[in-house]
Design a protein around this ligand. Structure first.
Ligand SMILES: Cc1ncc(COP(=O)(O)O)c(C=O)c1O
Length: 416
């Protein structure tokens, strides 16, 4: 992975654009993505999974910006969506409906209908009532839906291959003990066409072992299901490939593709799909912010940023740490500080006791690796703006989503 940002003339650059110049033009905070990095990640992913002949369905939830979706469309990727809103976006971006997979445990009837009418390629079913809802809609509209069943493969280990313990507490996937019943209903229905099985074992996975385990189990299950007459021809292995958030742990496409290939090459007539999200866009994005105040305190000073947990929720949500760099590279001494946002919540922390070059009030910083699950999770908490998104391409940059101001949001609540 090439460095996404680097110093040139003491200024932090993304490709050939000084991030400070973007900040001068549009103000802070904002998200900024490198087009070249996303293109490299797409190419690396396609390359690694070509030996499996896998179709790649970008998990839109990671970053649903239309410009990024258009890049996925241009590269020939499909999409994995979890709402009608995401479906609308991918269709506008030019991803053909037949390359769209619809995932999620709680698809509403209107969403199922919209996807059916759009003619999407695959519904990943997660429960019996969802199956019944889709079947009823198909009967009403005379349409046929291609479906896969998402199972929870219980990768933490169980003794009996058809009874899992891990599924008991998880809302995702069909419990293994219901699989036969569900497959039976699908194969008997004229409205539903069985494609196969789907799994997604988690996100930010940094070792290949869980994938090895899941592939081993799936090979056994598929062989067994086929021997009992269920035509399983598709296997969707989900996403989850971890990126390096600064601790040196990540799972590269080559490694995970090799492990999958090792196990799945022996399976005849099995079409493989994957749904990577974070690994395609996570490295490519930064969140640029300004230090509003430098507050001296014991035991450590605080850098109070103008970006908060409403802009980048990952640290508050799951104690994620995004590496941080000042936009100006000087010969400042190092110091240990706390880095926080301005939101009235004590979880609004970006870093506790981080060592950084001394950063003054008014200086700008970049929180790195913020391309996935960043802008998409933004909220208006504390009546704040939804911040803009920018794409850098060589020495050019363009606003790819304008700021949504708190004033515009207020207007939605004012009577005519
Ligand atoms: C069903 C499904 N597929 C794919 C993904 C993408 O995961 P990641 O962004 O970790 O690759 C997710 C994310 O949680 C998911 O729920």
């Amino acid at each position: 992975m090439n460095q996404v940002v680097r110093y040139k003339d003491n200024q932090l650059h993304m490709e050939s654009v000084a991030l400070d110049s973007v900040a001068e033009a549009i103000g802070t905070p904002f998200y900024c993505y490198s087009k070249a990095t996303i293109e490299q990640q797409i190419a690396a992913c396609k390359d690694a999974f070509s030996r499996l002949n896998a179709t790649i369905h970008y998990a839109v939830k990671a970053n649903s910006n239309l410009t990024i979706l258009r890049m996925m469309a241009k590269a020939g990727l499909g999409a994995d969506v979890v709402s009608v809103g995401e479906l609308e976006r991918v269709l506008v971006a030019g991803i053909p409906a037949e390359k769209v997979i619809f995932s999620g445990v709680g698809k509403r009837q209107d969403e199922l209908l919209a996807a059916l009418e759009a003619g999407i390629g695959q519904f990943n079913l997660e429960s019996l009532p969802e199956l019944e809802a889709l079947r009823a809609l198909c009967q009403r509209t005379g349409k046929v839906a291609a479906v896969s069943v998402r199972i929870n493969p219980d990768v933490d280990g169980s003794t009996h291959r058809h009874i899992t313990t891990g599924v008991k507490g998880s809302k995702f996937g069909v419990p293994m003990e219901q699989l036969d019943q569900i497959l039976g209903i699908i194969t008997e229905s004229d409205s539903l066409q069985l494609r196969g099985l789907a799994v997604h074992i988690g996100s930010q996975i940094v070792t290949p072992e869980p994938y090895r385990k899941v592939c081993e189990r799936l090979c056994d299950w598929i062989t067994d299901l086929r021997s009992r007459g269920f035509p399983i021809e598709h296997l969707d292995l989900g996403g989850g490939f971890g990126i390096d958030y600064g601790d040196g742990h990540f799972l590269d496409f080559e490694t995970v593709a090799s492990v999958m290939y090792e196990h799945l090459q022996k399976m005849d007539h099995l079409n493989i799909a994957i749904e990577p999200g974070r690994s395609l866009v996570g490295e490519a994005g930064v969140l640029v912010s300004e230090v509003i105040y430098r507050k001296e305190a014991e035991p450590l000073p605080f850098l109070i940023l103008d970006a908060g947990m409403n802009d980048l929720m990952r640290p508050a949500l799951y104690q994620a740490a995004h590496p941080m760099q000042p936009l100006r590279d000087g010969d400042q001494a190092q110091e240990v500080v706390n880095v926080v946002g301005p939101i009235c919540e004590s979880t609004d922390f970006f870093h506790k006791a981080i060592t950084l070059p001394k950063i003054e009030q008014g200086e700008r910083v970049a929180l790195l690796k913020a391309g996935a699950y960043g802008a998409v999770m933004a909220s208006i908490y504390n009546s704040r703006d939804i911040i803009p998104e920018v794409m850098v391409d060589g020495d050019q940059h363009a606003m790819i989503r304008r700021r949504i101001t708190s004033k515009a949001l207020l207007a939605l609540e004012l009577s005519e």
